[in-house]
Design a protein around this ligand. Structure first.
Ligand code: 9D3
Length: 225
C-alpha cells in the first residue's frame, strides 16, 4: 500500500512517520509514504493557497486550484486503484474497523485541510470519503493523517514483527488489556501478583481475563454494551 499525503506541512508528516516502527517499515520498503506540498501547486507569485471566504466570516479558506492540481499530479503517477480521503471534523469517525477496511486499498490519498477548510467545489470533484479521528478540535488534518497511516500500516504484511502482530486481537476483542509486569519482582514495596510467578499458564490466562473484564467495567463500560 502507498500513502500520498496532501498537506501544507510535509516535513511534519514525514518526520513523525520516520520515527519508530513506521520509520523502519519505510526503510525496508514495506510501507510507502509520500507527503506532497500543496503550496508547490500555487500559481500565485507569493505562493499563497488561501483566500477570504465568500459570504464573510472569520479566517481563510484553502482555494480549489492548488488542491486540485496537487491531486492531479498524484493521480497521474498512480498505476492502480486509489481512494481519496479528506481529513475533516465533519467526517465519519475513524476506528479499528475503518482501519481494517482501508488496509485493502492499493493507494490512499489523504487530504489535510488547514484554516477554516477547503473550497467545497474541489472536495466534490476529488474526495471519496470524509474521516475524523474524534470529537475534539485540532489545528489541521496532519495529525489525523499520521494517526491513520500508523493504525493502517501496522495491519500491513511485514510492518510489524511476528511477535508483535500475533498477539492481541483474538477472543479478548472488545476488552481492555490486562496489566503487565517485568523485573524486579518487588519495586517500591510493591510485589508482582504471585500468580504470574507460579508457572501455571491456565491460572495466568484466567487471572488476565478477569483483570481485562474488571478494567473494562471500570474504565470503558461502553465496550461491554
Ligand atoms: C469555525 C470552526 N472551526 C474552528 C473551530 C472549524 C475547524 C476547522 C479546522 C475545526 C478544526 C479544524 C482542523 N481540524 C482538522 O482538520 C481535522 C480534525 C479535527 O480537528 N479533529 C478530529 N479529526 C480531524 S480530521 C481533520
Amino acid at each position: 500500500m502507498k500513502f500520498y499525503i496532501m498537506t501544507l506541512f510535509p516535513e511534519m508528516v514525514m518526520q513523525t512517520l520516520s520515527a519508530s516502527i513506521t520509520g523502519r517499515a519505510m526503510d525496508r520498503g514495506d510501507l510507502l509514504v509520500e507527503a506532497v506540498n500543496i503550496r508547490d501547486y500555487s500559481k500565485d507569485k507569493h505562493k499563497s493557497v488561501d483566500d477570504y471566504p465568500y459570504g464573510g466570516g472569520a479566517g481563510m479558506v484553502m482555494q480549489a486550484q492548488p488542491v486540485f492540481d496537487c491531486f492531479e499530479s498524484i493521480r497521474n503517477r498512480i498505476e492502480g486503484s486509489y481512494k481519496c480521503i479528506y481529513l475533516t471534523p465533519q467526517g465519519r469517525l475513524f476506528d479499528q474497523k475503518v482501519a481494517e477496511e482501508l488496509k485493502t486499498e492499493e493507494n490512499l490519498i489523504l487530504l489535510c485541510g488547514h484554516y477554516e477548510g477547503i473550497d467545497e467545489r474541489v472536495l466534490e470533484e476529488i474526495v471519496d470519503d470524509n474521516i475524523s479521528i474524534g470529537d475534539y478540535i485540532l489545528t489541521g488534518g496532519e495529525l489525523p493523517a499520521i494517526v491513520m497511516v500508523d493504525a493502517i500500516a501496522r495491519l500491513l504484511p511485514g510492518v510489524l514483527h511476528n511477535q508483535e502482530s500475533a498477539i492481541g486481537e483474538s477472543f479478548t476483542d472488545n476488552l481492555l488489556e490486562y496489566p503487565q509486569y517485568s523485573r524486579p519482582a518487588v519495586w517500591h514495596d510493591r510485589e508482582v501478583p504471585p500468580i504470574l510467578l507460579s508457572g501455571d499458564h491456565a491460572k495466568v490466562d484466567e487471572w488476565r481475563y478477569q483483570q481485562s473484564l474488571m478494567r473494562t467495567r471500570e474504565r470503558r463500560p461502553d465496550l461491554l454494551q
